[in-house]
Structures are given as structure tokens and as C-alpha cells.
Design a protein around this ligand. Structure first.
Ligand code: PA5
Length: 447
């Protein structure tokens, strides 16, 4: 088996090799803080050893538990927001067929998402669709009181009960929540839903290898065994016992911090594979919520190329020089398709005749990288041998591990998210939620 590979050689024209080398000790200190559990947020480190802690027996239990549901489900609605949905979406979208939802011979349930927005039209149109399908629900919320998924779940639960009756609805709902507390735990226990536990010491954005990610993915036919196996392999490569120059998480954390200190404030995660769009969304939450604190942090952005070369390409090439790129490059396409030869050649494409489309994509990637380097954008490259569950497991764990190290290098607590409460307080005040009377009076005086 190969591994995903990190290439930082294309940052050396911007920050010398020695600048990264000079962060070796600082990086090791951050790794020690993480692994010895003596830094801020150390009650949320359950994810660190999770891949090796998950046993084959536990995975078998998950697979057995969901097999019945899998058979009677055409659509699986995953209800959750932020860390309670992005991991499953990232993996599912990366591995599912692009047109799975339209395929007549679809074998596994198709995954839909609710509770990640407050769109009335979105919810209405989803209910219209669900009238015509056999569907099941996985509702995921650690607290059980997050407004967006709570609204969506109320609506979906009522719809399912009306459609299939209370007993069958109970059999088609799985709850993933806290072991002992919270509204969803209480409801799951009262209604007798199948339920799985989000460990106390794993925060939402680090939860993809817990039932939060594994349950919906297993129902939709993703090979969770390979996903965890990949993460396990990567956890060994990221271990502090690995030398700095061979440790991908340490090198990535050191490189992005060196770039940040040189004035590169924005990191763009770039893909050339549209199925990776939600891996970028997951990554943005992971790094944005972990690092954006105390007036510090690299701003995580993303583009899907070559699509976004026709929209964001201009800015990246010539806009303010505060950017660096991290490119996700998938080495091998799963399928083969070549450019056809055309006698008339009106579009003048015959020079590409019989060349693979992926070859054109790779040249777009290389050409863009070189142009951006010329334009002052340093480039980190992560190559992924193939887009499958094993390598995705490696990739996601690599990013998690590097995020913990990088956060400690920035001098913040990577595992809390105090800033996300500010909007909630205002929203509850504006909605006149009981208990927020004082905030309601105050906010109304500002309107
Ligand atoms: O990473 C996080 O902590 C957040 O994104 C949460 O996962 C998100 O707000 C959902 O919270 P909950 O699972 O309590 O509904």
C-alpha cells in the first residue's frame, strides 16, 4: 500500500528550507503538548488515538446494526450541522458516483442532508421528494438542541410517522448523540430509537471516525473498514516518534505556520476533482473553527478547479499577495475516457485526440501551479494515490493531526469554539426564546 504524500518543495522560493527547519523544535513542542495532553482543550483529545482504538469488532457491530435499515432504505436523510454532518458528507461525496441519485440500478441508499441550513423551501421540497421514496433518518447532534437540526428533525420525524406509522418510523430512525445527557438522548431513549454515542472527548469537527461519520457512511455502502484502516496507517506516520522530516503532520503544520509568519494569511485548499468539494468544506470547518481565535489564524478558503480557474483564477494569480495554496492531487482516475478524434477539427482539439481527460486535468494542475508560483503564490502539494476509502481515511486523519499541532504552534486552544456562540445569542434574542428576555430587550434597542 502507498501513502498520501506531502510535497513542500514549492514553498522554498518564498520561505527557505531553513525557515521551516528552524520551526522543528517548536513543532516538536506542539506535538508533545498534543500527545502528552497538557495543553488547552486537553479534554477533547479522544480523536487522537481513535483510529487504533476502533476495533474490527466494533466496526462489525456497526455494519450488522445498519444492515436491516440499508435494505429498506432508498434515501437516507442525515440530519446535522457543522461537525455533525460535514465528515459524512465529505467522505460520501468523494466516494459516491457523481450521478448516484439518478442511477436506475442504484444499489446503496442515496445520502441526503437536512438540518444544515434553515431554508424553508429546501425543507418543503425535500418533504415533497420524500413522499415518493422509502427513507430513513440518521439524526446527529451532540447537544440535541442545535436549532437547525432540531427544526429539521421535528419536521422529518412527523413526516415519517405520518408516512409509515409510529412503530415503523421508530425502526427507521437512528440517533447519534451524547451517551447520557441532552434532548436527543432523552428522546431516543423514550422513543426506543437505535442510538450510537458521540464520545465526550471528541469535538464535532474531529468526529468523522466516530459513529457521527461511520453510521451514515456504513448505511450508504461506504467501506468504513478501509476508511478506518487508512486513518490508522496515517496515525502511525503522524506519531511524534516519526522524525520531523518524515512526519507529514509536523511538516505541514510547520510549513503553514512559517508561511503565515511571512505574511501569507490565507490558505486555499485546491482540488482538481469535483468530488472533493466537501472535503474542502470539512477542512474549512476543521481549520477555521480550530485556529481562528484571539485575532490569529490562517483563513481557510477553497476552490474547485478547473471550474474556479474561470472565476477565482484572476484573484489568485494577481490579487493581494497574502495567499498560499495546498493542492489535493489525485494521481489516478478510476475510469478511462479519451478525447475523440474529429475529422472536421473545428474546435482544434485533435492535438489531444486519444489522450485521457485526466491527462488534460493534470496539465491544467501543473500549468496552474507554475503560473501561481510565478505570481507569488507558494504551493504545498498533497498527492493521493486514488480516491478510495483507505486514502480518504489517511487524508482526513492527517489533516486532523496537523490541525492539533498547528493550533498549538499558533498559541491558541484548537479544541474550543467560543466564537460560534455570539450569533446564537442574537438569534435567540430576536426569536424571543424563553430565558433570553434581557438579550431581546437589548437587541431590540439596537434596531
Ligand atoms: O464542531 C462543532 O463543535 C460544531 O460544528 C458542532 O458540531 C455543530 O454546531 C453541531 O452541534 P451539535 O452536534 O451539538 O448539534
Amino acid at each position: 500500500m502507498q501513502n498520501i504524500k506531502l510535497d513542500i518543495s514549492r514553498v522554498y522560493d518564498f520561505i527557505g528550507k531553513e525557515e521551516i527547519e528552524s520551526l522543528r523544535e517548536e513543532t516538536t513542542l506542539a506535538q508533545n503538548t498534543l500527545y502528552q495532553g497538557n495543553g488547552d482543550g486537553n479534554d477533547f483529545l479522544g480523536w487522537l488515538q481513535l483510529p487504533s482504538a476502533i476495533t474490527d469488532q466494533q466496526i462489525s457491530e456497526i455494519e450488522d446494526a445498519v444492515s436491516g435499515l440499508k435494505e429498506k432504505t432508498e434515501l437516507l436523510v442525515v440530519v446535522g450541522i457543522g461537525g455533525s454532518y460535514l465528515g459524512a458528507r465529505a467522505v460520501n461525496d468523494a466516494l459516491a458516483n457523481n450521478f448516484a441519485h439518478l442511477k436506475k440500478d442504484r444499489k446503496a441508499p442515496h445520502m441526503l442532508f437536512a438540518g444544515h441550513n434553515i431554508g424553508e423551501d429546501y425543507m418543503y421540497e425535500m418533504l415533497e421528494l420524500l413522499n415518493d421514496y422509502n427513507y430513513s433518518i440518521v439524526v446527529i447532534s451532540k447537544s440535541g438542541t442545535t436549532t437547525e437540526p432540531a427544526i429539521a428533525f421535528r419536521i422529518l420525524k412527523d413526516h415519517l410517522v405520518e408516512k409509515v406509522g409510529k412503530k415503523e418510523a421508530g425502526d427507521r430512525i437512528i440517533a447519534v448523540t451524547d451517551a447520557g445527557k441532552g434532548a436527543l438522548r432523552q428522546l431516543a431513549d423514550e422513543e426506543g430509537y437505535w442510538s450510537f454515542v458521540i464520545p465526550d472527548d471528541v469535538g464535532g469537527r474531529f468526529s468523522v471516525f466516530t459513529p457521527v461519520g461511520l453510521i451514515p457512511l456504513a448505511i450508504c455502502g461506504i467501506d468504513i473498514r478501509q476508511l478506518v484502516k487508512g486513518a490508522r496507517e496515517m496515525s502511525q506516520l503522524c506519531d511524534p516518534g516519526m522524525p520531523f522530516e518524515e512526519n507529514p503532520a509536523a511538516l505541514y503544520a510547520a510549513t503553514r505556520n512559517a508561511l503565515y509568519r511571512s505574511g501569507k494569511k490565507i490558505e486555499i485548499l485546491v482540488n482538481y476533482h469535483n468530488k472533493l468539494h466537501y472535503v474542502s468544506e470539512w477542512w474549512k470547518q476543521l481549520y477555521g473553527e480550530s485556529e481562528g481565535k484571539e485575532g490569529k489564524g490562517i483563513y481557510p478558503a477553497s476552490v474547485d478547479n478547473s471550474t474556479d480557474l474561470h472565476s477565482m483564477g484572476q484573484y489568485i494569480q494577481e490579487g493581494e499577495r497574502i495567499l498560499f495554496e495546498t493542492v489535493l492531487s489525485v494521481e489516478q482516475a478510476d475510469n478511462q475516457l479519451t478525447v475523440p478524434k474529429d475529422e472536421a477539427n473545428l474546435d482544434q482539439l485533435n492535438y489531444l485526440a486519444r489522450k485521457n481527460i485526466d491527462h488534460v486535468n493534470k496539465m491544467a494542475e501543473l500549468g496552474t501551479t507554475l503560473a501561481h508560483l510565478d505570481g507569488g503564490v507558494p504551493n504545498i502539494r498533497i498527492s493521493i494515490p486514488r480516491l478510495d476509502a483507505y486514502y480518504l481515511g489517511q487524508l482526513l486523519y492527517f489533516f486532523e493531526n496537523a490541525c492539533g499541532v498547528s493550533g498549538y504552534m499558533l498559541g491558541i486552544n484548537p479544541f474550543n469554539q467560543p466564537g460560534v456562540e455570539a450569533y446564537k445569542k442574537n438569534m435567540f434574542a430576536l426569536l424571543e426564546k424563553p430565558g433570553f428576555e434581557e438579550e431581546t430587550r437589548e437587541i431590540k434597542s439596537r434596531l
